[in-house]
Design a binder for this molecule. Structure first.
Ligand SMILES: C[S@@+](CC[C@H](N)C(=O)[O-])C[C@H]1O[C@@H](n2cnc3c(N)ncnc32)[C@H](O)[C@@H]1O
Length: 273
């Protein structure tokens, strides 16, 4: 294993919520992944790479679409891949690798990702490596988040939590969920990495927190995925209950018929080799 993206490897190694709450997360994020798949041309019989596949939900959905084609999910996190392997019937491959630098068992006709490409230390190198793993005429489609201001489903609970917990400051381009919020940066990264026909479309929808649970459970769900949790876990003075309470209070006004929905916005990015 190389030392590139070491912080990300360590971070994702311990993301238990992605394993324990994967079903809820898949309900929550499902429409975004489908939108990125629907942006592709017909992929039946093609060979597909699912980048940052996590617990493999989209890898299996892609397998349904390709039929006899080959689907490989690559991820830097052994723990998430263990869960992916458990839920698959062995008809897709999972590869533990850093998509930025490692060989990826190509060539692929399609490179896909649902929120798995915003965490590279060097995105140009990563998209160069992905392109080097493709066949001639290959297509890319991924979904990434627009900025925090367009995603109240993330910011409403997190900003409430930040009244109690101080988060380390972030720089706009640092690897994190919002690092591809600026579409000009995304286009620039892809062009520098040699991709062509770059197209970036806005996709907005209401996000159902926790896949359809009340505001108390939605607050717990949001807390488990929040950067605030890591700070609370490493602190000897902070407790999680008051943090979940303020997140709950912020989400309560958005609960209707026992379900919490808030606006979310992503970019659907497509390109060709
Ligand atoms: C936000 S999660 C998305 C997971 C999955 N695609 C989904 O939608 O459920 C981001 C994923 O990217 C993976 N990841 C981060 N950096 C990576 C890298 N350099 N190479 C491969 N995977 C990486 C993480 O381990 C994690 O599974």
């Amino acid at each position: 294993m190389n030392s590139i993206n070491e912080a990300q490897r360590e971070y994702w190694r311990t993301r238990w919520a992605w394993v324990e709450r994967q079903e809820q997360m898949d309900l929550q994020l499902g429409v975004f992944g489908i939108a990125a798949m629907d942006a592709l041309p017909e992929i039946s019989q093609m060979d597909v790479l699912d980048v940052g596949c996590g617990c493999g939900h989209t890898t299996l959905q892609l397998k349904d679409r390709v039929g006899d084609g080959r689907v490989v999910g690559v991820d830097i996190s052994e723990k998430l891949l263990d869960a992916a392997r458990r839920r698959s019937q062995g008809d897709v491959e999972f590869l533990e690798a850093d998509a930025q630098v490692d060989p990826l068992r190509g060539p692929y006709d399609i490179v896909f990702s649902r929120f798995g490409v915003m965490f590279f230390e060097d995105p140009v190198a990563a998209f160069h490596n992905l392109r080097a793993s493709t066949s001639a005429g290959a297509k890319l489609s991924f979904v990434c988040w627009q900025g925090p201001e367009k995603n109240p489903w993330i910011t409403v609970p997190n900003r409430a939590a930040m009244t109690l917990v101080e988060l380390p400051s972030r720089s706009a381009d640092a690897p994190d969920p919002f690092s591809f919020a600026d579409p000009d940066r995304v286009a620039d990264v892809l062009h520098q990495a040699g991709w062509t026909n770059v197209d970036i479309e806005s996709f907005t929808t209401e996000v159902t927190l926790g896949g359809g649970v009340d505001s108390r459970l939605a607050a717990l769900h949001a807390y488990e995925f929040s950067p605030v949790k890591a700070v609370v876990d490493s602190s000897s003075s902070l407790l999680h209950e008051p943090v979940v309470d303020v997140m709950h209070a912020a989400l309560k006004p958005h609960e209707e018929n026992g379900i919490v929905k808030l606006a979310g916005a992503a970019w659907i990015v497509t390109a060709s080799t």
